[in-house]
Design a protein around this ligand. Structure first.
Ligand SMILES: Nc1ncnc2c1ncn2[C@@H]1O[C@H](COP(=O)(O)OP(=O)(O)O)[C@@H](O)[C@H]1O
Ligand SMILES: O=C(O)C1=C[C@@H](OP(=O)(O)O)[C@@H](O)[C@H](O)C1
Ligand SMILES: [Mg+2]
Length: 197
């Protein structure tokens, strides 16, 4: 039985690897969607390098995301984010987990659309809120009503995330299930959104 499951998983990985080819796999979506954690696991399964753009931005600037926003503001952060992502996309194939605002930036989105496969991890407000509300590392949510801010961001951004090549519904089903669904979406070349309950 377990041998059978492993064979299936291996063939899924092979099919996803074949479908991806030499392209980068770029995860987009709102804060809390699981881009950073699922991206790391996907890279392990695909056997290609992983990079989180926020981690890379923090490394090159030697500042945290919170410090960058406080010192230079969002506009400067976006400019740095675009430069970093543009560079990272050149060195693929990799799994690239972006920060939530990256794909919203016209210039960054244009770079992602050129030669990468983009996957939108889409989640509903309560799933996102349950996840982000446990940490205070996201400067955009330091508002009087952070859940409302998150909802406003959803309304503004979802039509743009929808431009991603594939959409997979992110929900609390365990990370390995999410990884499998993203690999299946890549392998099939279609959206796994219909798997939602
Ligand atoms: N499928 C999932 N089920 C449960 N928790 C998850 C899932 N995906 C992510 N998480 C948790 O949600 C939080 C936010 O995930 P993260 O990967 O940082 O999201 P993002 O990078 O999109 O903001 C983390 O604590 C992570 O462990
Ligand atoms: O949505 C956004 O604009 C942001 C999302 C964050 O990344 P995560 O989506 O990984 O939390 C981080 O880049 C920064 O706080 C801004
Ligand atoms: Mg992240």
């Amino acid at each position: 039985m377990s041998e059978h499951v492993l064979t299936l998983a291996e063939s899924l990985k092979d099919r996803a690897r074949d479908a991806l080819g030499q392209r980068n796999l770029v995860l987009v979506g709102l804060m809390g969607a699981g881009k950073s954690s699922i991206g790391r696991l996907l890279a392990q399964q695909l056997g290609i390098p992983f990079v989180d753009t926020d981690v890379e931005i923090e490394r090159v600037s030697r500042m945290t995301i919170t410090e960058l926003f406080a010192a230079y503001g969002e506009q400067e952060f976006r400019a740095l984010e675009t430069r970093v992502i543009k560079r990272l996309l050149r060195g693929g194939p990799r799994v690239v987990s972006t920060g939530g605002g990256a794909f919203i930036n016209d210039s960054t989105r244009m770079h992602v659309k050129r030669g990468s496969l983009s996957v939108w991890l889409k989640a509903d407000l309560d799933v996102l809120w349950d996840r982000v509300n446990k940490r205070d590392t996201r400067p955009l949510l330091k508002t009087e009503n952070p859940k409302q801010t998150l909802e406003n961001l959803m309304n503004a951004r979802y039509p743009i995330y929808a431009e991603a090549d594939l959409t997979v519904l992110s929900r609390d089903v365990g990370k390995e299930v999410m990884v499998k669904e993203v690999l299946a979406a890549i392998a099939e070349g279609n959206t796994a959104e219909s798997k939602a309950p």
